[in-house]
Design a protein. Structure first.
Length: 436
């Protein structure tokens, strides 16, 4: 069993390994409805019938009050913009996480298509309820707008193929309605804060007497004739229990792995495969990992022109060949993919692979493909990454399905430049063993 994947155990990662609560699983009407459903499957007339549609609506109504949720909820108070405060146990749907887009939070630059100025890519962070202390929401943009429609057509000359791109006239109709865009600030138990836009998420608040859906959305719209105050939204979620406790920084002191002054460090978290900052401390006697939010991590060290990666080895030969087969057949942006090792999870349902990948530029009979044009270089460059790929493993059919990716480091090279070399380091693996 892989030590790394022991941290994927849901109990150790802040989740429960107990079965999820599924109130609808044993309801007789629900199961009988499922049994009848195949009768409609091959009969278009029945599928379009009123009775069929009513049956589907009944099933939805009967099961909508049941929530499939994990048993690791948090005691929380939810505050609303109209002054309402609700308390109870807060859950996310089992297997789901929060996703927060951090504008310009990435390290890679691109060119704005409108202004032509260099801008940073955003960065998405995933996390569950366990490490969170609070989530505050505040309006970033509010407006009252009306519906509209075009009243004319773009002028187009069929003989010259020229078009008049003057904006077509439009008219407004109906009553104004409110639209609000929200930003969020997440405070973690370590004191760290990140701000950005939360992807739409459904949470569930169990007050003991009822379970209520809490909709967390970046954008919300009201009905015609409503005011902005009528559009109620969540302003704050405060956790009332301890949750997962962790430090902002994880410090790694040398133990069986010798550090060199020129080393560079790269870390990727275990559960969400998120790249997080890693660097020397002040006197270069230890390595500091930041922003893990309580997750364990993998580590890579760049030493001169080579990357050393904490990985236990090549892995099981049969699984390695299976992963190699799927990687070779994958239709992916990166057309050069080198597999270096695989790890099977303890439950046998997931496979993690270490890959060295590059987008190669090459001419074909259909033209030149691959690579990207770099404005500063004035020519083609080739993106490169050292990554971890996570797969769902179907042991019965011996199949893999790619479900996640995390990257240690990424660079761009000229077509004639060699790709950086990477190798598995068991001493590095043993060094960070307490954190895997």
């Amino acid at each position: 069993m892989s030590l790394y994947y022991q941290s994927r155990d849901r109990e150790k990662a802040g989740h429960s390994a107990k079965p999820f609560k599924q109130g609808c699983a044993a309801t007789p009407l629900f199961t009988s409805s499922l049994a009848v459903f195949p009768l409609f499957r091959y009969n278009n007339k029945l599928m379009n019938s009123y009775a069929f549609k009513v049956s589907i609506m009944l099933i939805a109504l009967l099961t909508s009050s049941y929530v499939v949720k994990a048993d690791d909820g948090r005691l929380a108070a939810v505050y609303f913009s109209d002054g309402t405060v609700k308390q109870g146990k807060l859950y996310l749907t089992a297997g789901r996480d929060f996703k927060l887009n951090i504008p310009e939070g990435g390290s890679i630059y691109t060119t704005d298509m409108i202004t032509g100025e260099p801008v940073k890519y955003g960065k998405v962070r995933r996390f569950d309820l366990a490490p969170v202390r609070s989530i505050e929401f505040f309006p970033q943009k509010e407006q009252l707008i009306r519906k509209w429609r075009f009243t004319g057509k773009t002028k187009y000359n069929e003989e010259t193929a020229e078009a008049d791109y003057t904006p077509a006239p439009k008219e407004y109709y109906g009553e104004p309605y409110p639209v609000r865009y929200l930003a969020a600030i997440v405070t973690f138990n370590s004191g760290e804060q990140i701000a950005g836009h939360l992807y739409s998420t459904i949470a569930y608040l169990d007050s003991g007497s009822r379970v209520e859906k809490i909709r967390l959305t970046q954008k919300s719209s009201g009905r015609e004739g409503q005011a902005l105050d009528d559009l109620v939204y969540v302003t704050n979620i405060k956790m009332l229990d301890q949750g997962k406790q962790f430090e902002r920084f994880v410090t790694l002191k040398p133990d069986g792995f010798a550090l060199e002054p020129g080393d560079e460090f790269f870390a990727v978290t275990v559960d969400t495969l998120t790249p997080v900052p890693a660097r020397f401390n002040g006197d270069k006697s230890a390595v500091m990992i930041e922003g893990t939010f309580g997750e364990k991590f993998y580590l890579a060290v760049k030493r001169k022109e080579k990357y050393l990666v904490s990985f236990p080895g090549k892995g099981d030969g049969t699984l390695y060949e299976l992963a190699q087969k799927h990687i070779d057949s994958l239709r992916d942006f990166y057309n050069e993919r080198k597999l270096q090792g695989v790890i099977l999870s303890p439950d046998g349902k997931e496979l993690l692979s270490l890959v060295n990948i590059r987008r190669r530029f090459s001419p074909t009979n259909y033209g030149e493909i691959g690579g990207e044009w770099d404005k500063q270089v004035g020519g083609i460059v080739e993106p490169w990454r050292l990554s971890l790929w996570r797969w769902k493993y179907d042991s019965i059919n011996n199949e893999l399905l790619l479900t996640g990716r995390g990257t240690f480091d990424r660079k761009v090279f000229l077509p004639d430049d060699p790709s950086p070399q990477s190798e598995i380091s068991e001493s590095l693996w043993n060094w960070i063993e307490p954190f895997k």
